[in-house]
Design a protein around this ligand. Structure first.
Ligand code: CS2
Length: 475
């Protein structure tokens, strides 16, 4: 029995408690990967029982894989919650269908330009914004941006689709939509606004001015650990719910969403389903990016170098667990102003507990991807602040050491670890030009200013700390 509208009432799981046929589309979401489906789509699923105007049409920007799989199930899929005890199963119904932008970009732009669409949200990962990590500005040399400038009505990047759809709405008089970035970037709303208006300005200055005056880009903090789904989880769904679902998602129970209350075209009653609306979202973002995601990157690079595969396994390694704890307590914490109501030691303790979740199977290699796009906000920004204040940077710098060793380490035949990073070619090219230091790391990479920025590239204190970190890891 394949999961679908027709079969859903027979499925042994918590089911949508609203009539899907009455739901209209209020949101278009770019990037319907596992994270979106275990996070935002779940909040919206809870919300639809009270207000059916906020259904989601999803879009995959690159491949048709998710679109094909979910459309064959009328957009339905199962969420498995794994939190220590017996897993629970819930069918999520908030996504009506998924468009594949690579196959039919025009349909996506038309959908985004529908007047009833009031929010366009995004989870396209850090690299999807086509910005330069060290500056937050649009990378106009980026191949996708070059393509979009040559083909503004048939774009391929997320900023390109946003600009094309906003242009259509301006010309049709449909008014603006709010652009809601849900990726792990600091000031994610401002970065999105920056890349969208920069791209629009290169195409048509009047459009850029219209966007500036009409469109809002609320920043958000999103949090839920959602590893890639395994085949064992897909089999478990069939066994426990009775339905064949080719696209379930599995996550921890914890879920948090904090949004800056700045919507230009209305919004649902997010508070009713547990979302926090605030004007201080930056405090939440910084706290989460540096404590959770920064620790994740530490676990990933140090863990992989020490032969571990998953986050829980790395946390079982005494050296790593105590490293992460002291990195949080001694260095990261001193850079933070905590949001009201959140207790720093309790937050850190809860994070360590979440990392230890034995059921999650969170691959370190998944977190290790795209380091050049992740380290600037997770690790380099706090290092810069600590340096300015003359405070210790030992632990955070050691994460940079681990990253350098991760990307540069070779066995006889080839590099030890596969490198998935939009800057992989450039990183490896630079490595080929450099001599490794004694520990085998290519410390000269610290001069890569698009990643490290000028302050760190020019800091001998930072360089020394990274060198010492390499020695410490290689011991
Ligand atoms: C992780 C995040 O893959 C990664 O880089 O750090 O996906 C992390 O699991 C989420 O941000 C948790 O909210």
């Amino acid at each position: 029995m394949r999961l679908s509208d027709q079969s859903v009432s027979d499925v042994q799981a918590q089911l949508p408690d609203y009539d899907r046929k009455t739901v209209s589309t209020g949101i278009v979401h770019l990037g319907t990967g596992a994270f979106h489906r275990a996070h935002q789509a779940v909040y919206i699923d809870s919300l639809l029982a009270g207000d059916n105007a906020w259904g989601i049409v999803g879009a995959s920007l690159r491949t048709a894989h998710t679109a094909d799989a979910l459309n064959a199930q009328d957009g339905l899929y199962t969420l498995i919650i794994k939190d220590g005890g017996e897993p629970t199963f819930r069918v999520i119904g908030s996504i009506s269908h998924i468009l594949c932008a690579a196959h039919n970009g025009t349909a996506l732009i038309e959908q985004m330009a529908e007047p009833n669409v009031r929010i366009v949200s995004l989870t396209v990962t850090e690299k999807g914004y086509c910005h330069t990590p060290a500056t937050g500005r649009l990378n106009t040399e980026h191949a996708d941006i070059q393509y979009d400038l040559a083909n503004p009505e048939q774009p391929c990047s997320a900023p390109g689709f946003l600009v094309a759809a906003l242009n259509k709405r301006r010309l049709n008089g449909a008014g603006p939509f709010s652009v809601l970035s849900c990726d792990n970037l600091p000031h994610n709303g401002s970065i999105t606004q920056q890349v969208v208006t920069e791209l629009a300005r290169l195409q048509d200055p009047d459009l850029a001015d219209w966007i500036t005056s009409n469109v809002t880009f609320p920043s958000t903090m999103v949090d839920r650990i959602v590893p890639a789904t395994t085949s064992a989880e897909t089999a478990l769904v069939k066994q426990m719910t009775g339905a064949d679902d080719t696209s379930p998602v599995a996550s921890e129970g914890f879920c948090q969403w904090v949004i800056e209350d700045n919507f230009c075209a209305g919004r649902p009653d997010f508070e009713a389903v547990g979302v926090v609306l605030t004007h201080d979202v930056v405090l939440f973002e910084t706290m989460k990016l540096r404590l959770l995601n920064g620790s994740h990157s530490a676990l990933a690079y140090i863990g992989l170098l020490r032969g571990h595969t998953t986050v829980a396994e790395a946390m079982d390694d005494e050296y790593i667990a105590s490293f992460v704890k002291s990195m949080m307590e001694e260095e990261v914490s001193t850079t933070l102003v905590m949001p009201k109501g959140i207790d720093l030691p309790l937050y850190c303790e809860a994070l360590l507990e979440r990392f230890r979740n034995p059921d999650l199977n969170h691959a370190l290699a998944q977190i290790a991807m795209d380091g050049s796009q992740k380290l600037p906000q997770r690790i380099l920004a706090p290092i810069r602040e600590l340096l300015e204040n003359g405070k210790p940077i030992t632990k955070l710098s050691q994460v940079v050491s681990a990253w350098l060793l991760f990307i540069g380490s070779r066995n006889e035949a080839d590099y030890t670890f596969a490198l998935h990073d939009p800057l992989a070619t450039e990183l490896r090219h630079r490595i080929e030009q450099l001599e490794p230091i004694d520990t085998g790391s290519y410390i000269g990479l610290l001069l890569y200013r698009d990643v490290f920025g000028d302050t760190l590239a020019d800091s001998t204190t930072f360089r020394d700390a990274v060198e010492k970190g390499c020695v410490e890891i290689m011991q």
